[in-house]
Every structure is written in structure tokens, then in C-alpha cells.
Write a protein that binds this ligand. Structure first.
Ligand code: GAP
Length: 517
């Protein structure tokens, strides 16, 4: 049986209260679709990014061998948010990165056409006669408001997609409108933000904020091959901000207009691409599990053929059951087999050859070498969202247990937890703070680079534990009067609340083992 979904309101309140996530431009009333990270959130996200970097680039796949029996090879890249506008023509984003939208002439609201539903009489739209029918967008306040109005008008109602109602929609009342007939016909809306670099504000100079980090990698495929020793099969990772003018940003940070991606483009010979696709798909599931997303809240879903992006030969999504998607799931990462689409497109548009010359293939020569083979590699792309990742980690970690003195706590995996350890003097006297300071210095020197180390002697110990529980700090070490006699400290485990005593000289060893760093 599935547990009841956690309260998103409670999770968002904790995120604000403890400084994980703030609404961007909060003091001006916020700006829709943009979120900032507070001190704990910024560190959580950094830990997530670094775990990705470590396990995807520096020691890819924890040293697992790929389908070719060799260690996986990857290198990083860091590319600009703004690139030549032709990049996005070649990638298909200018022509294809569009959603059909309907606008409301009364409210100026804009809605994704495929998200708009209407309440009609239970007998169908035709049964409405001359009366209005009521449009809404699921999960939005308009849903309940419009349903009430429709029930008042028709009694029993049914819900159908707006697309099933013939145009013009003269009797349709828009989701936030008062009068009927204000919705326009669907129009294509490009999701890329544009800007004009330089002083001359001329349309011809228009450039775009990148909607994905992936394209930066394809542009430098040749530069990386020519400047480093990587040979096919190998991957190039790129992390950073991407921008999409999402029409209905919603569900906290899940669908934002500015977000961070961590993408790997893994290049291989076409004959090996299926094996590599399966390899990455399976590793990415294992990876998300390793940092704390486990159990029935995480699934791998293979896309149906009609869901595939314009370039994709096969795609699976790692999906997480967020409280706002439950009992369904929301995408955390897509693992796409992109074939040779991107390199081919850039080769055609830029007229620069992006083939790879593989000296390990081709006919066997009398001297024992190979003739070589030229080809455009295939690409497997595990594309993760770091904001969705951080949100999933927080949602998974959020636990409410009313039997505890601190009912709300975050069971964050120690590797991503922003506070790694807390050192507490039980009382602010009798030499305890001095011992705590000395221990904190040692712990800080060893673990400070991975996250916060708290050292606090104020407030009751219960309150201090509660603060650490809410922030997801896995271990608290307390110095008490016994410490002064026998050089031991109490270790309190966040998840169980249980305490044990260990030697003060064993604290760093304990943390090394438990933090898994
Ligand atoms: N290069 C392929 C690509 O960008 P995508 O599925 O569109 O694929 C990859 O994006 C990941 O980026 C998603 O799985 C998601 O985690 C994240 N992402 C995409 N759009 C987002 C948005 N509007 N807000 C937050 N994260 C987003």
C-alpha cells in the first residue's frame, strides 16, 4: 500500500523557515517561475552537483566497466548560456521548441492548449445550449472555482479537453475570466527567452538564452577530441543554468523558468549505442538511489514511440513520486538515445566536419593495424535537473513523526546533507565550550569543505537537536560532564534519535565512515 502523500505546504514552509528555498525577488512580491536557494539549499544543491560531477566525470559510474569491458571515460566542459543564434536553428529549438498556447483577451492569461479543460453538462457540450461552459487548468485554483460555477449552471458536470470543443469558443469562459468568448485560437509559442547582445537593438542581432546545456557540448565535440586524449567511447559533461519561458510554471521549483541542468553527452559507435543506452539508463537509476531516493517513489519509465522528442531513438525517464504528482510521478531525469542527430545537424548548418576517425575499426591490415573508420558518433544523453533533484531529495527526506519532540525532520542522505555534523557543549560552562571548540576545529578542518559544521552552546539541548533535525544534519556530538572525565562524547543519530558514546578521538573516523565522502 502506498503511504499518503506528504504535505507540500508543510515542505514549502520548512524550506522557507530553514533557508532552503526562497521565492526570487521575495520582498517585491516574487516573480513567477523563479526560485532562489538560501544558505542550506545552496549547499544542498552544491553537494548534489558535486556528487554528480564526481560520479559522472571524475570517477564515472563508480569505476564500473562499460559494455566494452573498459572503464568509462568522461571529461567536463563549461559553456556559455548565450551562443550563436544558428545553434538553436540547427538543434531544432527555433523551429520545434514550441507549445501551442491559448491567450485570454480579458485577463491576458496564457495557457498551454493541451492543459486546458472545460466543464460541460454531464450529457456533453451540446447539452449546454446557449449557456456558457467553463474552462480551467488542472491543479490550479481555476479548477475548483470553475467546477462550482458549472455545477450551479448544469447540476451534474463532466470534464473534457478544450480541444474537443469546436472553435470559435464564443461560449467558453476562460480559466480566470468572467465573460465568455475571450480565449484566442491556439498559437505556437516558443519557449526560448531572447535577448539582444550589443548596443544595436536590431531583431537581426537576436540571441537566445540556452534552453538546455547539451548543445554547448555538441559545438565543442571536435575541440575536445582534438585537444584531449579522449577516444570513442567517451562522455562530455556540462552543468549550468538553462532557461525556458514555461507558460505555467508550477509545483514549487519543479517547473521553473530558470533552472540548472547536469547533462552528459556520451559518444559511441552506432553499433554499440543500444548497449550504452541501457548501461546509462541503469546506472542513473542506481545513482539516484545511492543518494537517498529509494523504494517505490522512484521508477524508470521507457517512453512510448509517440512521446519521443524530434531527435530521439529511445528515451527513458527516471521519475519520482512528488507529493504534487502522487499517485503519479514527475520526471527527474531523461536518458535519451539521440542517435547522431545533433552532430549531423551542426555539421550541416556550420559546414564544419564533425566526423570521428576511429583507428580501432575498419579492415585488418597486413601490419596488424586497422584501416580506420570515419563516422558520426551516436550520442546517449543522461540529462538531469538539479533543481528537481534537490526537490526530490527534500520531499523524500521530509518526515513527520508527532511522537518526537521535533516532529518534522529531514532524513537527508549524509552525502547531500548541507550540515554534516553539529558539535554541542551540553552547557555553556565548566570547560565544556572549550572542549567543543577544539573538537569543532578538528571536524571543520577535515569535513568543512563538504558542508556546514555547527558549533553552538546556546539554548536547551533538545531545541538544538530539533533545529538540526529540521535542517537534516545527520549527526550531533555532545560534550557533557562525562567528556571531561573520560574523553567520550555522545553521538546522536538524527533518524532514530538514539545516542551512543564514543571516544572524542574517534569522532573524525566515525564521520569519515558514515558520511561516505
Ligand atoms: N538536453 C535534453 C533536455 O534538456 P529535458 O527532459 O527537457 O531534456 C532535462 O530536460 C531535465 O531538466 C529534466 O528531466 C528536468 O529535471 C530538468 N528540467 C527541464 N525543464 C525544467 C523546468 N522548467 N524546471 C525545472 N527543471 C527542468
Amino acid at each position: 500500500m502506498t503511504a499518503a502523500p506528504k504535505s507540500m505546504d508543510a515542505i514549502m514552509a520548512l524550506c522557507k523557515r530553514r533557508g532552503f528555498v526562497f521565492q526570487a525577488s521575495d520582498i517585491y512580491g516574487g516573480i513567477n517561475g523563479f526560485w532562489d536557494y538560501g544558505p542550506l539549499g545552496a549547499q544542498l544543491k552544491k553537494n548534489l552537483r558535486e556528487a554528480w560531477w564526481q560520479d559522472m566525470i571524475m570517477n564515472p559510474c563508480w569505476g564500473r566497466k562499460g559494455p566494452n569491458g573498459q572503464r568509462v571515460q568522461c571529461v567536463p566542459l563549461e559553456t556559455c548560456i548565450i551562443q550563436h543564434p544558428k545553434v538553436w536553428e540547427a538543434s531544432g529549438h527555433v523551429g520545434g521548441f514550441n507549445d501551442p498556447m491559448v491567450d485570454c483577451k480579458e485577463t491576458k492569461g496564457r495557457y498551454r492548449y493541451d492543459h486546458v479543460m472545460v466543464y460541460v453538462p454531464a450529457g456533453g457540450a451540446a447539452a449546454a445550449g446557449d449557456k456558457p461552459i467553463f474552462a480551467y487548468v488542472g491543479d490550479q485554483p481555476s479548477e475548483t472555482k470553475q467546477k462550482k460555477k458549472a455545477e450551479k449552471t448544469f447540476g451534474e458536470v463532466a470534464s473534457v479537453a478544450l480541444s474537443t470543443i469546436p472553435q470559435p469558443w464564443t461560449r467558453v469562459i476562460g480559466p480566470d475570466a468572467e465573460k465568455p468568448g475571450t480565449l484566442t485560437e491556439p498559437r505556437m509559442f516558443n519557449l526560448m527567452f531572447d535577448t539582444i547582445p550589443g548596443a544595436i537593438r536590431d531583431e537581426a542581432n537576436k540571441a537566445y538564452l540556452r534552453p538546455e546545456t547539451a548543445q554547448g557540448v555538441f559545438l565543442h565535440f571536435k575541440n575536445v577530441v582534438d585537444s584531449s586524449r579522449v577516444r570513442i567511447p567517451f562522455g562530455i559533461g556540462n552543468t549550468g543554468r538553462s532557461f525556458r519561458n514555461e507558460v505555467t510554471p508550477r509545483n514549487f521549483t519543479f517547473r521553473s523558468r530558470e533552472f540548472e541542468q547536469a547533462e552528459l553527452e556520451f559518444f559511441c559507435h552506432p553499433d554499440e549505442s543500444k548497449a550504452w543506452y541501457e548501461f546509462w539508463r541503469d546506472f542513473r537509476m542506481d545513482w539516484w538511489k545511492s543518494i537517498g531516493l529509494a523504494g517505490e517513489n522512484l521508477i524508470l519509465r521507457e517512453h512510448d514511440k509517440d512521446e519521443l522528442s524530434h531527435y530521439s531513438v529511445g528515451t527513458s525517464d527516471v521519475e519520482y513520486r512528488f507529493p504534487f504528482t502522487a499517485p503519479g510521478f514527475g520526471e527527474l531525469e531523461g536518458i535519451a538515445h539521440r542517435g547522431n542527430y545533433d552532430l549531423t545537424q551542426h555539421q550541416t548548418h556550420s559546414k564544419v566536419k564533425l566526423e570521428y576517425y576511429d583507428t580501432t575499426r575498419g579492415e585488418l591490415l597486413p601490419n596488424g593495424g586497422r584501416k580506420g573508420e570515419r563516422y558520426i558518433p551516436h550520442c546517449i544523453e543522461p540529462a538531469a535537473g538539479l533543481d528537481r533533484g534537490a526537490l526530490a531529495l527534500i520531499c523524500e527526506a521530509y518526515t513527520r513523526d508527532d511522537t518526537r519532540p521535533s516532529p518534522e525532520f529531514l532524513k537527508l542522505h549524509p552525502r547531500v546533507a548541507p550540515i554534516k555534523a553539529a558539535i554541542f557543549a551540553l552547557m555553556d560552562k565548566d570547560g565544556m565550550p572549550e572542549v567543543a571548540d577544539k573538537l569543532a576545529d578538528e571536524v571543520f578542518a577535515k569535513f568543512g569543505r563538504y558542508g556546514f559544521i555547527e558549533n553552538d552552546a546556546k539554548q536547551s539541548i533538545g531545541k538544538r537537536y530539533a533545529r538540526m533535525d529540521e535542517a537534516g544534519c545527520p549527526f550531533c556530538f555532545t560534550i557533557d560532564s562525562d567528556t571531561l572525565k573520560d574523553q567520550t562524547v555522545t553521538v546522536r543519530d538524527r533518524d532514530t534519535g538514539q545516542q551512543q558514546r564514543i571516544g572524542i578521538d574517534k569522532v573524525c573516523g566515525f564521520l569519515t565512515e558514515k558520511l561516505g565522502l
